[in-house]
Design a protein around this ligand. Structure first.
Ligand SMILES: Cc1cc2nc3c(=O)[nH]c(=O)nc-3n(C[C@H](O)[C@H](O)[C@H](O)COP(=O)(O)O)c2cc1C
Length: 177
C-alpha cells in the first residue's frame, strides 16, 4: 500500500513537471487571442498567463480609423513600449508561446515590452496571433531583433480564435520537435 501511494505521488510530481514546461503568455484587447490561448494551453497541458497592460485599452484606444488613437500612435512609433502591469516569470519554462492580436500588420508594442523584459535565452519561443486576416508578416523577425540573442525562435503562425484543440496540437507537435 505504501509503495502504491509513493508511486502515485512521484507520478503526480513528474506529470506536474512535464505540464509546467510550456507557458502560453498572451495579450488580448478584445478576447479573441485569449480564447485561442486557452485552447492552446489546454491542448498542450501548458500554463497560461495574461500579459496585462498597466493602462487597459479602451475601445477608443483601439480605433484604427483614428490616426490619433493610442493604438495607432503606438504602432507608428518604433520606440513605443506599452507598460506591463504584472510580473511574469518565464524561468521555470523551456518553451514560451507568445500570443497576440495583429495591430497594423505587426505585434502590439506591449509584446515588444514583454520580449525585452524577460530572459528567453535557450528557450523555444513560438509567436502566434489572431487577426482579421493578416498573417504574422515581419513580426517574428522584428521581435527576434529586440529579444534575447540565444532564444530558439520557432516558426509561428496565425490561428483563428476558434481554432480547435486538435488543430493547434498538430501544429505545436510539429514545430516544437
Ligand atoms: C488597432 C488595431 C489594428 C488592427 N490591425 C489589423 C491588421 O493589420 N490586420 C488584421 O488582419 N487585423 C487587424 N486588426 C484586427 C485584430 O487583429 C483582430 O480583431 C484580433 O483577433 C483581435 O484580438 P483580441 O480580441 O485578442 O484583441 C486590428 C485591430 C486593432 C484593434
Amino acid at each position: 500500500m505504501k509503495k502504491l501511494v509513493f508511486a502515485i505521488l512521484i507520478g503526480g510530481l513528474f506529470m506536474a513537471n512535464v505540464n509546467a514546461k510550456t507557458l502560453v503568455a498572451y495579450f488580448s484587447a478584445t478576447g479573441n487571442t485569449k480564447r485561442l490561448s486557452q485552447t492552446v494551453a489546454s491542448a498542450l497541458g501548458a500554463d497560461i498567463v495574461e500579459i496585462e497592460p498597466k493602462v487597459p485599452y479602451t475601445s477608443s484606444d483601439l480605433d484604427w480609423t483614428d490616426k490619433k488613437s493610442r493604438s495607432t500612435v503606438e504602432c507608428n512609433d518604433p520606440s513605443a513600449r506599452s507598460e506591463i502591469k504584472n510580473k511574469i516569470a518565464v524561468s521555470p519554462y523551456d518553451t514560451v508561446i507568445i500570443a497576440f492580436p495583429i495591430w497594423w500588420y505587426n505585434a502590439p508594442k506591449i509584446i515588444y515590452t514583454f520580449v525585452e523584459s524577460v530572459d528567453l535565452s535557450g528557450k523555444k519561443v513560438v509567436p502566434i496571433c489572431t487577426s482579421g486576416g493578416s498573417g504574422l508578416g515581419r513580426t517574428p523577425a522584428d521581435l527576434q531583433k529586440v529579444g534575447s540573442k540565444t532564444a530558439d525562435w520557432r516558426k509561428g503562425t496565425r490561428f483563428s480564435s476558434s481554432a480547435s484543440a486538435s488543430e493547434v496540437k498538430k501544429y505545436f507537435d510539429e514545430v516544437l520537435k
